[in-house]
Design a protein around this ligand. Sequence first.
Ligand code: 5CA
Length: 157
Amino acid sequence: MTNGGGMKPPDLKGDGRMPEPWTLFHGVREFPEGTRTAQDAAAAIGCGVGQIVKSLVFVRDDEPVLVLCSGANTVDAGRLGLAKADADLVRRATGFAIGGVPPYGHPARLETLVDEDLLGHDELWAAAGTPRSVFPLTPAELVERSGGTVARVSPAS
Ligand code: 5CA
């Protein structure tokens, strides 16, 4: 993992050291055919697209905001006051490139919103840092490890 932009590393273990990715993501599965998009990931895993966690970076007041969105949903950026980040900011804010951004394990803590619809599944799958790797976790684990706030992120129906 990189630590660009002079940001402080996370202190998940309380000793100021950077956690290694393999201590953060358990049960990682690699798919040579690729898991770059939520649809690709669901097809490879054989799960519903709604079980895929999209890790999307936006900007609000010049600060990055991470939205952990169900693969079945789109983010209502306008209602949330968010603008989409470009690929450079995604990399600087998370340490990872688009298509492999994990929901936590970033070089600095990000304001994070968790799509409430993700809580309706027993098992979720998220990117493990590359466009070919994913790992399973429960909604409770996602909320706890990301430190995110559960919210409605998609347009009101
Ligand atoms: N590995 C999959 C499933 S976990 C994954 O990472 N999906 S994702 O949705 O979290 O990441 C892909 C998202 O990156 C796209 O939905 C899109 O919102 C965003 N994206 C794709 N290209 C760009 C780009 N050029 N600039 C900014 N964001 C982009």
